[in-house]
Write a protein that binds this ligand. Structure first.
Ligand code: FPP
Length: 246
């Protein structure tokens, strides 16, 4: 169902969605499985989401796969996650790029701390297609504060002595992409966890109790309905001038 024939959209358009995919560990523990099995199930759920959101006309999807803080996890879990992300690129991302001529994939975050093999795999996916109309950003070794510091340093290195919001937006890892209309967090916690700190200024935040590996079509529908029911004012007034808070 595209936005144009969605009876519930009220003309509101969702162009960009970002997701904090939380709850893999709890999903596995509930089933008596090792946490890494939760991540494997989480990768399967992640492979299915771009198609689900595209049905609602979403052109930009950003998935939080690994944060700058996730290195603090036990070494075995970090290694399993890195292997899984490599496999995910090979088994889900590259085949999707081959099938879909409009899809582009970009990794946001500091790739320099990744293994050489994983770094090259990310570059292979990014170079596969550099322009298109549907964009999937995968946040890998990503931290929102680190992104802002990196953007300021790169702006200075390019000779800027003063920055503006417009200029810094260009230097963000997400430069050129619209800010998320919706940020979804699964797993029930009300936290932003250093995700898209610059870009989340006016995002609608939706928290779901669903654990990430269980996330599917019904959750997408629920998020869209929730978004359509909200009143976005971007710090201004309603069309009829009745509300004045941010
Ligand atoms: C949080 O669950 C999830 C992660 C730290 C990793 C997310 C990674 C994937 C879904 C797999 C790879 C996906 C892509 C897109 C490459 P948690 O372990 O913190 O769960 P818990 O809160 O239940 O412990």
């Amino acid at each position: 169902m595209g936005i144009n024939n969605n009876p519930h959209g009220n003309g509101k358009r969702v162009d960009s969605v970002a997701i904090i995919m939380d709850g893999n560990g709890r999903w596995a523990t509930k089933r008596g499985l090792p946490r890494t099995d939760g991540h494997i199930a989480g990768a399967k759920a992640a492979a299915a989401v771009p198609r689900l959101f595209r049905e609602y006309g979403v052109h930009h999807l950003t998935l939080y796969a690994f944060s700058t803080e996730n290195w603090k996890r036990p070494k075995d879990e970090v290694e399993a996650l890195m292997d899984l992300i490599y496999q995910y690129i090979d088994d889900a991302v590259i085949p999707a790029l081959k099938k879909d001529e409009e899809l582009c994939v970009r990794f946001i975050g500091d790739k320099s701390a990744l293994s050489e093999e994983l770094r090259q795999k990310c570059i292979e996916a990014e170079k596969f297609r550099e322009s298109g109309s549907y964009f999937c950003n995968i946040a890998l070794n990503y931290g929102g504060r680190a992104e802002i510091v990196n953007a300021v340093n790169r702006a200075i290195a390019d000779g800027n002595t003063i920055v503006s919001e417009e200029l810094l937006s260009i230097y963000m890892y997400t430069g050129g992409s619209p800010d998320p209309d919706i940020i979804i967090r699964t797993g029930g916690d009300f936290r932003i966890s250093n995700f898209l700190l610059w870009q989340c200024a006016y995002s609608e935040i939706i928290i779901l109790d669903t654990l990430w590996p269980d996330f599917g079509k019904e959750d997408v529908e629920k998020c869209m309905e929730e978004f359509y029911s909200r009143n976005r004012r971007f710090g201004g007034l309603d069309v009829d001038g009745s509300e004045s808070e941010a």
